[in-house]
Every structure is written in C-alpha cells, then in structure tokens.
Design a binder for this molecule. Sequence first.
Ligand SMILES: *Cc1c(COP(=O)(O)O)cnc(C)c1O
Length: 577
Amino acid sequence: MSQRPHQHEHLAAYFCMEFALHEEFPIYSGGLGVLAGDAIKSAGDLKLPLVAVGLFWNEGYTTQRIDADGRPYDEYPPCPAEHTRDTGVRISVEVAGEEVRCRVLLVDKYGNAPLYLLDPEAPAQRWITRRLYGGGARDRVAQEILLGVGGVRALRALGLPVTVYHFNEGHAVFAGLELMREHMQSASAPLDFEAALEATRAVCVFTTHTPVPAGNETHPGELLLELGANLHLTAAELETLGGEPFGMTVAGLRLSRRANAVAALHGDTSRGMWKAVTGAAPITSITNGVHPGTWQDERIRGAMRGEDSMWDAHHALKRALVHEVWRRTGTRLDSGKLLIGFARRAAAYKRADLILRNSARIEQRLLSGDVQLLFSGKAHPKDDAGKEIVANLVAMARRYPGSVVFLENYDMSIGRLLTRGCDVWLNNPRRPLEASGTSGMKAAMNGVLNLSVLDGWWPEGCAHGVNGWQIGGGYEPEGQTPAEHEAQDQHDMQALYDVLDREVVPTFYADRARWIAMMRASVEMAEVRFSSHRMVQQYFTELYRMDAELRPTVSVDAPAPGMVVRGGAEGEETRAL
Ligand SMILES: *Cc1c(COP(=O)(O)O)cnc(C)c1O
C-alpha cells in the first residue's frame, strides 16, 4: 500500500544506511537495519508522518556460507531491484570531484512508511553503492555523502514538507552539513556559520547506537574535504563540528537539538561517554522495540487471546524450526528436548562461545541431548576475528553432532525462525557493550524465554524467574584489560551454568505449568513494552516534538548545484498528489 506523506503538513525524515524490511530485499546487515525497518513499518501501521531515506545497495551485504573446512566465505549476489519503483525524480551530488546523478527509488510494499533510496545512474559510479559497509574509508565517506547530502536533495526534489531530520546513527550526519549549506548559500537570507548551525540544530535529531568509543566512526577532515566539495565548509568549520579526526557521532550530537540512546542503561553509558563534547544535544533514552507484524507469530497472538493452547502453538513453531534445521543441515534436533538459541553478528564482545567454554560443566548435557544449542551469525567480510568466531562455532557443531548446530548466512528468515521456535534465547554480551539488542525482544514476543546478562534492554524487561532469567547480578563496570575481560568472562560463565542447572533445565523438564506461565508473562511484557509502535510514538513525542517545538521548514531557495527534477510518470504523480 502506498502511503501518501504529502497529505501531512509536517514530516519527519528518517535517515539510515540500511533497512531490513524483508530477507528478499537484502539492503541490510544486522541490528541497525532491523531497527530501521521495524521503525518505518510501525510508522506505516500507525500512519505517522514519516518518510525514510537510504541507499540502494547493488550487492547488498554479504551472503555468508561455510566451506568444507568449516570456514566462512562471502558471496555477493546482485540485490533485486524489483522491490523498488522509480519515482522519476533525479538529484545529483558531487562526490570526489564528479557529479553523481542518482535515481530516487521508492520502496513502499512492506507496509512501511515511504522509503526513498538513492541509486547512481551511471554504472561507473555505482562503486559508491556497491556493497553495504564494503570498501575502505574512502568508499565509506563517499557513501555517507551520498546518503546525507543526496538524501536532503531528494526530499527537496520530491517536494516533501520535512520539518525534522532524524539521523539514525552517525552515518547520516552529512545531511546536517547539507542543511547548513542551504542556509549559508541562501539567496534571500544567507546565514553565517554560527547562525546556520543554530538553524540546523533546530530541525535535527540523532540516535546513537555505539557504547564503545572505538566503534564510533571518525574520518580525517582532509578526506571529507577531498571527497565532499559540496559540503562547502572549511577545514576549521568541519573541525568545529566534528573535531579532528571528524567524529560522526560528535558531529551528530552537535548538529542536533536532541539525541537518544537506545535503552536506559545505554543512556547512562552514552551520557558518560559524550559529556566532554561541548555543544552536544542532551541525550535521552528511547528503548528499541520490534515490529509485531514482522516478528510475532499469529498462533502465539491467538494463544494470548485464549484461542489456542500456548504450548501447542509453541510446539508447532518449534517443530517447524526443527524441520527447517534438518532441511538446511541434515541434523535432526529433538523437539522434545530443551533448545537454546543464539544468533548474533560475530563480534567478540557478544561471546557466542561462552556457554561452551567450560566443557566439564556443559558436556554431559550436550552428550545426553538434554540441552541442544542452535547458533547462527555472520562476520563482517573483513573481520578475521569475527570469522574465527564463526569457524569455532562450526567446529563445536562438528564436535557435538546432533546437539550443537550452526546455521549459515544469518538473515531475517533465520532470525524469524529462531526467535519463534527455540525454547530459550541466550544473550551474554560483555556488559555494557550491547546498546540494546532486539533479537531478545522478538523471542520474548513469541514466548521464547530470555536467558541474558543484564545488558541492553534486558534490565528493563527482566523479572527473574517470572518472564525469563538474568545471568549474574547488576552492573559491574566493564573491564578494559585482557585480564579484566577474562575475569568478567569467568564470572558470567559460572553464573550462566548456575542458572541453567538450577532453574532453566529443571523448569523445562519438571514444571511445564510454570514454563507456560513464564511464556505468557514474556509475551505480555514484550507486547506492551518492546513493540516498535511504542518506540516510534516515543520518537514523535520525545524526540521530534513536531507540535511542541515546531520550527519553520528550511527555506530552499538555494537550489543544490546540478539538482535535476524530471517528471517521469510516477514523478508527476508524486508532485500532483
Ligand atoms: C533481530 C536481528 C538482529 C539484531 O539482533 P540483536 O539482538 O541486536 O543481535 C540482527 N540480525 C538479524 C538478521 C535479525 O533478525
């Protein structure tokens, strides 16, 4: 269904590098894209005045398979364009000294608020949008210029009345620089740098996602100047905004009037991390959520309404998962035995192998089949340590055949299967490095019980023994040295085995009634508090404040150099409506 954003007087524009709408359209890598996809689907469901802006990735992210030696390798099938429609609108952006003319494509078939994707017309210029998070620093900056600068120009060319610009993660902050350029080059009311910053801040908001300082992207100011002639700022002005090297998060905070972290604990972490940034927007927390229509199974919803037995609904989902695992891997899991799922991007802090580290405490259960472990995950194609983690999980699956399984090429379809069909969802990151996490919310929404350290969203959701379990205690500070990491790992590993042995396994095998009561409590908790409907509504009331703090639309009397608006059939329609 096509949404009609033009009916609104004021729109929020949501910028993100990736959007996970469906596995058939792989312009996403992981959690950030899932969040963005869920957010714009909820905005669509709730008919909120929002449009989204991203890039069309020609080869998407990696399709990651496992070779005969048990090591991951990457394939890049072309991303199908059939899920997009050409609006007929064209914009252009200067990148690395060349005018890059882009088609503005529209995606609106997933019940989502309208998503506009930029796609360079000339095949020779598609190096910019070849692979999501591919290439080196130069490619990344080029991508970010296209997303930010090109995104603002696309909104102008489409004639959309945008009054709030939301940068989801630092990748999109060049949109703020384009807004500054518009003000500074305005024919009727040109502003100086300070005034342009003021005016830009009035209309921008920012979501930060990365609680690890090193995970926050920076680029040498020189590279920005070399690639981004359209930024029209001096080296000194760039440094005022983002420091040197130019920090995308720092700039995001300085270019925005409000910012948010993605869970309450992450808010504390973020405020501590960025408190020294002068001129930064105040950071509030808006906890992530997941889209019920995408992630929650109908049968579970039915069981909550009393139409079906919760256990029967769950068991049907579990059998479907067991069947799919057999189809994909040839391994037959036992649907009568406890099945623990873990699917994550392969990053060291997520500690995928924690449950397997002390074989004395887990081996007997794996050999007897009392505990079955189902893993999935992808490593970034250039992350050798991440690939090592994947290879290690594959090795464990070979060591415990029938009890440990690894599914290659973690994507939305695997995410959906696992967060519906497992009994328990395991999450054991090194606290406080998981900003929020959303797979546990999907699991909770399907009555798959969370077994997790108190990181990310879980401190807000967890009632131990009522709707899931916590591993270990509260918030010990994160260790910094390898020795401290090792101590934290040992502590959490023992705590994990303790709760598994004393609570999870006995409840599963000996107290079905309690298990089912916990499932119901879990679904209710997730439906009420961790839906992306709640999240986007909070964006509007706490972040965008379009009524309370309405600022005038940026005047667009300084057309971007080389901007072209061409009326194709759909382009005409866009303007006529
Ligand atoms: C939900 C999901 C994620 C994010 O889950 P986390 O808990 O944040 O790791 C990543 N990838 C896929 C395919 C997902 O479905």
